[in-house]
Each structure stands twice: as structure tokens, then as C-alpha cells.
Design a protein around this ligand. Structure first.
Ligand code: MG
Length: 247
């Protein structure tokens, strides 16, 4: 099994990936260059709609920024064969693919296991795990190397249970979110800090919003999440320019 080409060390803090949506070639490269300039080196590429186009987009980003690594997030969009074609295509141009996230539909655990075996690239179960019972099934079927924990899928308490089970089963932990502000993502970052053992952080959605509706709390220094030091999440709702106070 291939190992992650990307590593964070304890003193370097906690770095998140950055998500690049499915868009045209020029926009993809422009977005990637922008995030690269801000310090991001792990690019989570949304893929799974058109395998040849996916390979072309990743190749263009790789040629522009050769020292970055990729996560390919299929969001259940690939067939098993498409995913194998995708992995081969990325290998052919020399791209570093550290993780294939949910390449096929959530119930197709046989294909997840086959993709792990045949590509040698770690696979992360995201949509396949929406409960502790799902996580147990994924482990029993050998369908993933990582489980992607999201508090929006399960709530915080079950997320903690799944994380403990994942670690006890010898799988690795990733943590992500839906489209969330720093309030929910701060809760997820609390799990990272409190539980430990999360190897891949996908905690980038506040950076993709046009404005940040809270002040205080954790902050981003480039790709790095910096903890806060006061009780709770230490956040306040920011005054909205769109809301008029009526007295
Ligand atoms: Mg995902």
C-alpha cells in the first residue's frame, strides 16, 4: 500500500487541504495557483463526472505546480473501471495522488476494496460511513484505509464513537465537513485537537465562503489552523451588513 507523500509534523501545526471544484481547465489552474500562493500544498480535486477531463485538469495543475499532492474526491461519481482509469492516468503524468475519496457509490464496498488493491492508493470512505454501523461494515469488508469523520453526518457524539472505532480497527482518520462556517468547523477542529490521530484535515470550507460571519475562534494562517486559547469555541457572531437593527 502506498504511503502518504504528504506529511505534517507536530511542530508544523495542523494543515488543511483545499478543495478545487469541477470547472474548466483555465479556471482550475487559476484557482490552484491562487491557493498555492497562500501556502496550500494538498489539493482536493473534485472528480468523477468525466474521467478524461478529470485527468486533464489534474495534469494541468501538476504541470503548473509540480510539488503539490492530490486527493481525488469522486463523491460517488466513478464506476470502478473509471476510477482505475483515472488513477492510471494520474500516475502516467507523474502526479502524486495520496488518497482516493469515495470514488464509487456508497454501497459498492466491493469496488472500494478492489480500488485499494489494484491502485495501491489509499481509499477514504466518506458517504459510505454515515453511522457507526456503516463504519463497522467498511472495516469488515476491507473497503477503506481512511474514514472521513464529519459531525454533520452523525452529530458530535457518534463522530467521536466512529473515530475511536476507526483507530481501534487500525484504519486512519480524516476529518471534513459540509459547507460550514468556522462555528461547526471549530467543533471539528476541537476533535482534531482533543482526540488526536487525524492524519488528513479537510477543514477548508470557511475559506470558500465570500464572508466570515463570526469573529474570534481558531484562525487560518495559510493552510494551517491555529487554535484559540479561551473557553468554548471563543467566537462571536459578526455584525451583518445586511441586517438593520430596529429599535
Ligand atoms: Mg467527500
Amino acid at each position: 500500500m502506498a504511503t502518504l507523500g504528504w506529511r505534517r509534523c507536530a511542530s508544523a501545526g495542523d494543515e488543511t487541504d483545499i478543495t478545487i471544484p469541477i470547472t474548466d481547465l483555465d479556471k482550475t489552474v487559476t484557482l490552484a495557483r491562487g491557493w498555492y500562493a497562500k501556502g496550500f500544498r494538498l489539493f482536493k480535486m473534485k472528480v468523477g463526472k468525466d474521467v478524461e477531463s478529470d485527468i486533464r485538469r489534474l495534469k494541468a495543475v501538476h504541470l503548473a505546480l509540480p510539488d503539490i499532492s492530490f486527493i481525488g474526491d469522486g463523491n460517488q461519481g466513478f464506476s470502478r473501471q473509471d476510477c482505475l482509469t483515472f488513477a492510471r492516468g494520474v500516475k502516467r503524468f507523474g502526479g502524486t495522488m495520496v488518497l482516493l475519496e469515495q470514488p464509487v457509490v456508497r454501497d459498492d464496498l466491493d469496488s472500494m476494496a478492489a480500488i485499494r488493491r489494484e491502485t495501491g492508493i489509499p481509499v477514504a470512505a466518506d458517504e459510505s460511513v454515515r453511522s457507526l454501523a456503516d463504519a463497522q461494515e467498511v472495516v469488515a469488508r476491507g473497503a477503506a484505509d481512511y474514514i472521513n469523520i464529519k459531525i454533520m453526518k452523525t452529530g458530535v457524539a457518534e463522530a467521536v464513537e466512529i473515530a475511536s472505532f476507526t483507530k481501534a480497527s487500525g484504519l486512519k482518520l480524516m476529518i471534513g465537513g459540509m459547507v460550514e462556517t468556522r462555528v461547526a468547523m471549530g467543533c471539528s477542529f476541537s476533535l482534531v485537537l482533543g482526540l488526536g490521530g487525524f492524519e488528513v484535515l479537510d477543514l477548508d470550507t470557511p475559506l470558500l465562503l465570500t464572508s466570515d460571519p463570526v469573529t474570534g475562534g481558531y484562525r487560518y494562517e495559510g493552510a494551517r489552523l491555529q487554535p484559540w486559547s479561551r473557553p468554548g469555541l471563543d467566537m462571536k457572531a459578526a455584525p451583518s451588513p445586511n441586517v438593520t437593527t430596529i429599535e
